[in-house]
Design a protein around this ligand. Structure first.
Ligand SMILES: Cc1ncc(COP(=O)(O)O)c(C=O)c1O
Length: 379
C-alpha cells in the first residue's frame, strides 16, 4: 500500500492560504461550468471586462495565421523587434522597455522583485482587485486609502496617502485613469510623492482612451515605473501582452524574476502587427471615446442611475434607485444576456451600490440602454 503523507499546516504560507483564487466568489455563486459557458458564448454582450468590442485589426489576424506554422519553435528570448517597436510607440528608448505576458504579469514581477513579507503598498481605493491579491501573495500588506467623494465624483486623498507612508512602504500604486472610477492621475498628485524613496507604479492600461501619460517621468525619476497593455486599445486581451516603461536599471532588475519565453511567438507577431496598424487603432480608440460620451449622457437620463465621468473605456455608475439594487439590476441584465460588473461593497465604495459598464459598440450600448430603461422604467 502506498504511504500517504499529510502536509502539516505550517508547511503552507499563511498569507497565501488567506488569499482567494481569482473569481473564486463568482465560481462559488454560479459554478465553473456555467461561468465558462457564459464566457465563451458569443451571444452575450460582454460589458464587464473593459474589453475592446471592435476586435483586433485584420492585419493582426493575418499575422497570427502566418506565425502559427512556427509554434514548434521557442519564441525569441530577447524580442528585439517588438521591444524596438514598443519603444518607438511610447517615445522612449528600447532599454526602457520591459515585456510581460499581460500587464498583470509585470505587476506580479514587480511585487515579487521588491516585496518581503510585512512590507506595505499604498493604493487609492476603489482599485483593480488583482493588485490587492498579488500584494498579499507576496506577504505584503495593501494599504487601501479611500478616495474622497463629492458631487462631482472621486479624487485621490493625497494627504492620507502621504500619512500612510512608513519605513516598510515599498510602493505607491496609481492607476491612470483609475479602474473603476475612471479618473486620471494629475501631475500635482504625482509630484507630492515623487521624492519619496519608494517605487511609484503608474498603471496606464487605459492610457489611450485618456491620452495622458506619465511615461516621460521615467527619464528623471528612477523610482517611477509605468505599466501599459495591448489588451485594451489594441484589442489583444486574449493574447496577453503588457509592457513597462522604466529606468534601464529597474527594467534589468525586475526582468530577473520573470520567466523566459513568457511572451509567445503568436503574441509577439500579433503585437507587432497591431502597432504597425496605428490607423486601425486610432480609429477604434476614437469610436470608443465617442461612444463613451454618448453612453454617459444616455445613462445620466435614467432615473436611479448616477454615472461618473470617465477617461477610460468604462463608466462607473452609482445605483440610487429606490426599488432596484445594483445586484438586482446586474442579474436582470444577465437575464437579457448583457453582462456588467457589480462593485457594491468594494473597498472605497462603501456608500452604496455600484456597477461598472464597459463601453460597447453603438449597437451594444443601445441594447444596454433599452434594457436598463425597461428594467427601471422610462422606456
Ligand atoms: C487597471 C488595470 N490594469 C491591468 C489590467 C490587466 O491588463 P492585462 O490584460 O495587460 O493583464 C486591467 C484589466 O482590466 C486593468 O483594469
Amino acid at each position: 500500500m502506498k504511504a500517504t503523507v499529510t502536509l502539516p499546516s505550517n508547511f503552507f504560507k499563511p498569507y497565501v492560504k488567506e488569499t482567494k483564487r481569482y473569481m473564486e466568489d463568482e465560481v462559488k455563486k454560479y459554478g465553473a461550468r456555467i461561468l465558462n459557458m457564459v464566457w465563451q458564448n458569443k451571444d452575450f454582450i460582454r460589458l464587464m471586462g473593459n474589453e475592446n468590442q471592435y476586435g483586433p485589426s485584420p492585419k493582426v489576424v493575418e499575422a497570427i495565421k502566418n506565425a502559427a506554422q512556427w509554434v514548434n519553435r521557442y519564441p525569441s528570448p530577447i524580442y528585439v523587434d517588438l521591444i524596438e517597436k514598443i519603444a518607438e510607440y511610447a517615445s522612449v528608448k528600447p532599454e526602457n522597455i520591459l515585456l510581460g505576458a499581460g500587464s498583470l504579469e509585470i505587476m506580479d514581477a514587480i511585487f515579487r522583485a521588491f516585496l518581503d513579507p510585512g512590507d506595505n503598498v499604498i493604493l487609492s481605493a476603489p482599485t483593480y482587485k488583482p493588485y490587492v491579491l498579488r500584494i498579499k501573495i507576496c506577504g505584503g500588506v495593501p494599504r487601501l486609502i479611500p478616495m474622497r467623494k463629492n458631487e462631482n465624483g472621486f479624487s485621490r486623498d493625497m494627504g492620507k496617502i502621504l500619512q500612510a507612508l512608513d519605513s516598510q512602504t515599498k510602493a505607491i500604486v496609481f492607476l491612470n485613469p483609475n479602474n473603476p472610477t475612471g479618473i486620471p492621475l494629475t501631475k500635482e498628485e504625482l509630484e507630492k510623492v515623487l521624492d519619496k524613496p519608494v517605487l511609484i507604479v503608474i498603471d496606464e492600461a487605459y492610457y489611450e482612451f485618456c491620452g495622458k501619460t506619465f511615461a516621460p517621468f521615467v527619464e528623471e525619476n528612477e523610482n517611477v515605473i509605468v505599466i501599459r497593455t495591448l489588451s485594451k486599445a489594441f484589442a489583444l486581451a486574449g493574447l496577453r501582452l503588457g509592457y513597462a516603461i522604466a529606468n534601464p536599471s529597474l527594467v534589468d532588475y525586475v526582468s530577473r524574476v520573470q520567466l523566459p519565453f513568457r511572451v509567445t511567438e503568436l503574441t509577439a507577431h500579433a503585437a507587432l502587427a497591431a502597432l504597425n496598424d496605428m490607423e486601425y487603432a486610432k480609429e477604434t480608440i476614437k469610436k470608443i471615446v465617442e461612444e463613451r460620451e454618448i453612453l454617459f449622457s444616455e445613462l445620466s437620463k435614467i432615473d436611479g442611475l448616477k454615472p461618473y465621468p470617465s477617461a477610460a473605456n468604462f463608466i462607473l455608475v452609482k445605483v440610487t434607485h429606490e426599488k432596484y439594487s445594483a445586484e438586482k439590476i446586474s442579474s436582470l441584465l444577465l437575464g437579457k444576456r448583457i453582462i456588467v460588473r457589480g462593485f457594491t461593497g468594494a473597498p472605497g465604495l462603501g456608500d452604496g451600490g455600484y456597477i461598472r459598464i464597459s463601453v460597447g459598440t453603438r449597437e451594444q450600448n443601445d441594447k444596454l440602454i433599452s434594457a436598463l430603461k425597461s428594467i427601471l422604467g422610462g422606456g
